[in-house]
Design a binder for this molecule. Structure first.
Ligand code: SER
Length: 887
């Protein structure tokens, strides 16, 4: 869009983005809508990676799978779409991150109210002139058209019918959907009502979509009417801001432009004076910085998978556009900080996550900068080679070795009129995956597939394990060898699904329980339990008897391993609190494992935690243990839990009602794991190790409860054994070991001197083997068991004693345990060198005879070889050569 399109504002006032947002929410709250806070960008919906529309959190409500939060709702939802990322910054209105203002009817009002209220809001409240508005309706939707025409009074020529491509909306190929009606802003109403083309971006912008959600679409594309008809609307905040603020594009609104101003300063440029390419880079940075801070705040970390990959792509794209603006490095944290400040009022959660966001940005930027130069060099070479194609292998090398997301390579390729062999890239990726898979332990994929299929038709397993360690259960399904089996018998390794179970299924870092299923004539060992879509899957081996579908069994959890995991889980919560209290309140969890023998906690921290801090944290956790805090488990709405400051874990999905594990005054976390009833049950807490596992990510391993006891016992046993071995009291072991080390050092020195003396005396004894030819003389001998250095100093000593007309040639096997190693020394006296003899050259053929090589100066040379059997022949050859030189 061009500056010409600035709406010649017939608007009576100017609106800030924040005002547009709050006015929308207030308007619909005034019409009986419950205000619903923005959901996370990480949706509770496996069909999409990110929240792509305001309606996404309500999908289950529209489908009748979840109760409605109220009859009407309104929200301002943060969204991310990356499907047309290449348009971001290049058109006036495309974004990755945007805010969608919505009013929703959950089986309550329908078309008439939705249309009338939308119009009232646009014209009466935001003050848009009706002559600037055009609406579209679905081709077959006479009802919507007549509401616009007869009830609202829109002139029929400004009601445009459109087909399903434009006016039938759904959030994906399946799910709730329906015809929609959109409101467009017309920047050039003077062009009149003839041949209105809503695709003309220079003239129109679509800013408000009203979806009449009344169908569910299945995989085959079949539409089934929903039980209740719903309304889902979305008004693009950034687009409305462009219209109401009279600026030429969304980027120049107060929602984004302040970031471009920060970049102006950082890069020492002026947006308004730059060419289009550089302006685009600034717009991309403004857009992406909003996306990345929210992604990180919502728990996404950069990686090569799923949403982690989206984050990585965005950040790396930012780094590159920073380069295009002037090669400035390390600017992301500063931009991120400005973005947090700009958005913190509507999104106060950003403030508490500031350190986390900035450190993730810094780390990921640094990571990419490490390889960016080399990657760019490779790209420059490809571009300079006059090809029109970046091959699949090249694109894969850029991705795998230099961290260039494929999309970034494609973007650079396009800028240089090249294309990328995507299929070749995919093949290279597949090959790598295959290599990785071949190398990895083979998992039982067939069983996994079968379970997933079965799980679709089963009710979720009734988990009893918070209260009980034993239950009477029925066998619903048995999977043996990737197939459903009716019955299995002794020795069979199977997966079992029960109707109810006391076994904890691996989740939230805590590993699955072990135990057994029994009946008079039956014993089944359970070695692990996992979850597949709320179904608990028991990995089992039949020890005796036969197990069949529908059998009743007694399921018994191993109480010892359970209590070990339970203690480690509660200890994990205490450790996280101690980290926040001793190191930094912004430390956040990046991963965790709660096992029977230890706990492992990964978190973000730029520096290693030192011993003093580790000790301080350990003491703090042990203080909490001694203080005997009771632990309360409560179920409550997620908003309430988060408001009370409960910590939510990265990557976890939570329903509306969450389980909160509260150690009052110490820790409060959303958690589905098993926990002790009072901290004193942990007995003792001990940190075992601290290490770095990736840049900016640290790992602590620790133990508590039963595993602490066995850890301490193991250590104690080692100390006892050492004490016996060194015949010292435990507290004297260190002193004893260090005295022994000193002794060994001294002995080694003595041994070396002795060896040298011995070598020397053996070599000097050779004096009498000297052979004279004319004025010159030589010694050629084999001497084994002497290392190269000693052999060389002995040769020099011999030369010294026998005078300047002497040649000394020694060969030997320095290490008698390793007969494949040969050492050779050639030393020539000064007069021989003056005559032109050269030890460095002379040694070459001898070394080659022994399968090796080497060289040196004219007077002394050393070589090595690997062929001991040829040594004596080599020395004979050397004698012939030397005699020839003497003559
Ligand atoms: N879900 C519709 C959209 O995203 C209306 O909110 O356009």
């Amino acid at each position: 869009m061009t500056a010409k399109q600035k709406s010649k504002s017939n608007l009576s006032r100017s609106w800030s983005g924040d005002e547009i947002r709050s006015t929308f929410i207030d308007f619909f709250a005034g019409k009986g809508h419950k205000i619903i806070p923005s959901a996370s960008l990480v949706p509770d919906d496996p069909t999409v990676l990110l929240t792509i529309a305001g309606m996404l959190p309500f999908k289950p409500v529209f489908l009748g799978k979840e109760p409605r939060p109220s009859a009407r709702g309104t929200s301002s939802q943060k969204c991310i779409r990356t499907n047309d990322i290449e348009n971001v910054g290049r058109t006036a209105r495309h974004h990755t991150f945007f805010e969608m203002l919505g009013n929703f009817s959950f089986g309550d009002y329908f078309k008439k109210e939705a249309i009338q209220w939308a119009w009232e809001l646009c014209t009466n409240i935001y003050g848009l002139n009706p002559r600037n508005l055009v609406v579209s309706v679905f081709r077959e939707d006479d009802e919507a058209e007549s509401i616009w025409r007869d009830l609202v009074g829109v002139t029929p020529k400004r009601i445009i019918r459109m087909d399903e491509q434009d006016n039938f909306w759904s959030s994906g190929p399946t799910g709730p959907c329906g015809p929609c009606s959109e409101i467009y802003y017309d920047f050039k109403p003077d062009l009149g009502n003839i041949d209105i083309d809503l695709e003309d971006d220079d003239r129109f912008i679509e800013f408000y979509n009203l979806v009449f959600m009344e169908f569910n679409r299945d995989k085959a594309g079949k539409l089934t009417p929903l039980e209740k008809r719903n309304i889902d609307t979305g008004l693009g905040l950034e687009r409305m801001a462009q219209i109401l603020q009279g600026v030429p594009n969304n980027y120049e609104t107060d929602l984004i432009f302040p970031l471009i101003e920060v970049l102006n300063k950082l890069f020492n440029v002026n947006y308004h004076k730059l060419d289009e390419t550089k302006q685009t880079s600034l717009k991309i940075l403004g857009d992406h910085s909003r996306a990345v801070i929210h992604l990180i705040a919502d728990g996404v970390t950069a990686s090569n998978l799923g949403r982690g990959y989206i984050l990585r792509r965005l950040i790396r794209r930012m780094v590159r556009h920073g380069r295009l603006l002037g090669n400035k490095q390390n600017f992301l944290a500063e931009l991120g900080n400005a973005t947090i400040n700009l958005m913190k009022q509507p999104y106060p959660n950003l403030v508490g996550k500031r350190n986390l966001i900035l450190s993730e940005l810094k780390i990921e930027e640094l990571r990419f900068l490490e390889t960016l130069d080399r990657g760019e060099k490779l790209l420059d070479q490809i571009i300079a080679s006059n090809t029109s194609l970046i091959t699949g292998n090249q694109a894969f090398e850029l991705y795998d070795t230099y961290g260039f997301p494929l999309e970034l390579t494609q973007e650079i390729a396009e800028e240089n009129d090249l294309s990328v062999d995507i299929k070749g890239f995919d093949d290279a990726m597949d090959q790598q995956r295959k290599r990785a898979k071949d190398a990895a332990v083979k998992i039982d994929l067939t069983a996994q597939g079968a379970i997933e299929k079965i799980a679709l038709n089963l009710k979720k397993t009734n988990f009893l394990g918070y209260e009980a360690l034993e239950s009477q259960s029925s066998v619903l399904s048995i999977i043996f060898d990737g197939q459903v089996a009716d019955s299995v018998t002794v020795g069979d390794k199977v997966k079992i699904i029960l109707d109810r179970t006391p076994f904890y299924g691996e989740s939230g870092g805590q590993i699955g329980d072990t135990g057994s299923l029994i009946r008079d004539d039956l014993k089944v060992n359970i070695s692990n339990v996992t979850r597949v879509q709320n179904i608990f899957v028991h990995s089992a081996e039949i020890i005796h008897g036969t197990l069949a579908i529908k059998d009743r069994v007694t399921a018994i959890v191993n109480s010892f391993t359970r209590s070990a995991a339970t203690a480690n889980h509660t200890a994990t919560h205490l450790l996280q609190s101690a980290l926040k209290s001793v190191i930094d309140s912004n430390i956040g969890q990046r991963g965790s494992l709660v096992a029977f023998d230890r706990l492992r906690f990964d978190f973000n921290a730029p520096l290693a935690i030192n011993n003093r801090q580790l000790r301080e944290m350990e003491t703090l956790v042990n203080k909490w243990i001694i203080e005997d805090h009771p632990i309360a488990i409560e179920y409550m709405p997620i908003d309430e839990a988060l408001q009370e400051g409960a910590l939510a874990m990265f990557g976890e999905k939570y329903g509306d009602i969450v389980r909160v594990v509260d150690v009052p005054g110490v820790s409060k976390e959303l958690c589905g794991g098993t926990h002790v009833t009072s901290t004193s049950e942990l007995g003792v807490f001990k940190i075992i190790s601290e290490s770095g596992i990736a840049s900016g990510i640290r790992r602590i391993e620790a133990v508590a409860g039963p595993s602490a006891l066995s850890y301490l016992n193991d250590r104690d046993l080692i100390v006892k054994e050492l004490s016996e071995l060194f015949k010292s009291q435990p507290h004297q072991i260190i002193h004893r070991v260090s005295a022994l080390q000193d002794e060994i050092k001294e002995l080694k020195i003595n041994l070396k001197t002795t060896k040298e003396e011995l070598a020397m005396s053996r070599v000097l004894a050779l004096k009498k083997h000297v052979t004279s030819i004319g004025n010159s003389q030589y010694i050629i001998e084999q001497l084994d068991g002497i290392d190269a250095t000693s052999l060389q100093s002995a040769a020099l000593k011999l030369l010294n004693e026998l005078g300047d007309n002497t040649a000394v040639i020694l060969g030997g096997l320095p290490d008698l345990d390793n007969p494949d190693k040969v050492t050779l020394i050639v030393a020539f006296g000064l007069n021989l060198v003056r005559k032109g003899l050269n030890a460095g050259k002379f040694i070459g053929p001898i070394a080659r005879d022994c399968g090796g090589g080497g060289g040196g100066r004219p007077n002394i040379a050393q070589a090595g070889g690997r062929d001991a059997k040829s040594l004596s022949l080599a020395l004979d050859n050397a004698r012939q050569n030397l005699i020839a030189l003497f003559e």
